[in-house]
Ligand binder design. Sequence first.
Ligand SMILES: [Zn+2]
Length: 496
Amino acid sequence: MRQRFLALIIALSLLLSACGQPATPAAELPTPVAQITKLPESSPNPTSQAQPTNSPELELPAEPKNRTVYDLDVNLDYAQHTVSVVERITYYNRNNQAMNEILLLIPPRYFPGTYSEGKISGDLVAQSRENGIQTMLSLEPALQPGASTQIQIIFTLILPNRQGVFGWSDLQTNLVDWFPIIPPFDAADGWQVNERVVDASNTIVGEYILAESADFNLRLRLSGSAKNLTIAASSEGEQQLDFIEYQLPLARTFSLSISDQFVTQEAQHHGVTIRTYVFPQHGEAGEAIIEVAKNALDMFAELFYPYPRQTLSLVAADFLHNMETDGMLLISKGVIDFYRDAPLNNLTILVPHEISHQWLYSMVGNNPAREPWLDEAFATYSEALYFERFQPEHLEWWWANRVEGFEPKGWVDSNTSIPGGYTAYRDAVYLNGAKFLQNLRDILGDEAFFAAIKQYINENTYRIASGTDFFNAIRVYSDADLEILLRQFFARPPSF
Ligand SMILES: [Zn+2]
């Protein structure tokens, strides 16, 4: 009993921060204990046992042409926590008008003293001006429609000592959002950038980087005194003479997690290499993660389309939240530390959630600051779909613990600037988002609901989708009256 009680506490603590990135370690330990007493005896939500139906396979859109290419020559000194990089970006003007400027977004600048720039150069770069994490490059002459240009950035990172997706700890070094990128450009609205939002308790609310589908080529050299390093990355590395070479097409970014402690496991599943990287104390949890990942990949193959990459890496993270990135997931060591071979555990909840982001983030982009519900509501609802399919006897437990216990309120279409900070954001976007999707499914029926979801994912692959795209897909399969539902959950209900 005590174990189960503890499990619930840990579950609630960690779930609070799925895909959230606290700004300081102190903010990573919310105190949800009181909420346990509020748990209803049973879920008020319908717990339909219906399984997602197989709708016909759809054809993916053509791969976008003239996409941005990032070439990164990286030298990492693990022991000294420094990274030297020569980055070359090949960028095409895909608009109808000449471009006089190109914007660089440089996320490491959020960490003072971390990023130092040697030189920015390029065949058209005339001047640059810095503003926070942005550097605007003036081009002379302008970049003509259909033409391409190369920009080279030489920079060094002195990594911050922090437990997070960017920085180092005694257990690992994480490189997520660690190099300059060019954000999407829209002829009507200009550069698509968001501010990072930090709430009153110093917790970062959601995510802020909007990225296009691009291609990544990376050459990693290791230097310094560190030995026995294991490298987890967004794609499979190929050992060359004195470096490891990585390629990752059609992704939003490229991430790495490096440790001299990792224990790895590997399995093949329908052509995908699933690899886990856990810490020595995690024992058999790596195997358990692989089993959940196999089920989740099968489920999403049917709901969306088969996982489009050759490898999926699930990596223990030395911090207390979870984070998705292309081809790689960071799962809190807290979740894995607490793994017991029992049906009700956090791995079973969080692994499907994070894997869903391989489609709902990586393949189908959305603005994570303005319309975070597009990926996070469905990622949360994916957990319910997982339980419904693989552990139906615990579906009610999932609704009670994950959603109703928090008595969520707030508009599903809230953005990351929502008053109330991270907790309000989680309640509105993740939890009420999952409730909205269940209600939508109840109104549409399984056949229309799952066909529409599949259409939305397929149509918007390689793109940055909007709420309008989502509801357009719904309308293809159903003319049900959604007005009351949308008024209940949306501050700005879409009109049809
Ligand atoms: Zn998420």
